[in-house]
Design a protein around this ligand. Structure first.
Ligand code: UDP
Ligand code: MG
Length: 136
């Protein structure tokens, strides 16, 4: 059964800084995801903290929020068949060292914190995260 979904993707500062935006977009499109919306923004640390608040108790929270607000990012709405899961698969494991071949994090990630991309992990979070950046 066809299940067309939308999910939120972020190209993080390390990848924007290395001019990987177009390469990552091409990779997504080659893998059957449609980029419905895309914008380059620079968020504040407070906004990053709000976005990542599910991780607020984690030891890496402060560094994570500083990092996401450290430079421009590209936020996108991706659409496709099973988009949430299929994009998570294309991203690869959180730690690039553990990511499978031919995943974005394996190809471009530098380290567990500078892992080039974010992707929503569930239907509920996809909805919340899309609304966070693309309020209509
Ligand atoms: N992160 C980190 N150190 C860790 C675990 C996670 O810096 O030990 C960062 C990493 O950038 C990751 C983000 O926190 O992408 C969110 O973590 P999550 O477990 O949700 O991973 P993801 O869903 O991005 O794979
Ligand atoms: Mg996550």
């Amino acid at each position: 059964m066809s299940k067309i979904e939308q999910t939120l993707s972020i190209i993080k500062p390390d990848a924007v800084e290395r001019n990987l935006v177009q390469e990552i977009k091409n990779f997504l499109e080659k893998n059957n995801l449609i980029i419905k919306e895309s914008k380059k923004i620079h968020i504040t640390k407070d906004e990053a903290s709000e976005f990542y608040k599910v991780h607020q108790s984690k030891s890496f929270f402060n560094d994570l929020c500083s990092y996401l607000s450290s430079g421009p990012i590209v936020v996108m709405i991706l659409e496709g068949e099973n988009a949430i899961f299929s994009y998570r698969k294309l991203m690869g494991a959180t730690n690039p060292k553990e990511a499978e071949n031919n995943t974005i994090r394996k190809l471009y990630g530098i380290s567990i914190d500078k892992n080039s991309v974010h992707g929503s992990d569930s239907k509920d979070n996809a909805k919340k995260e899309i609304n966070f950046f693309f309020k209509s």
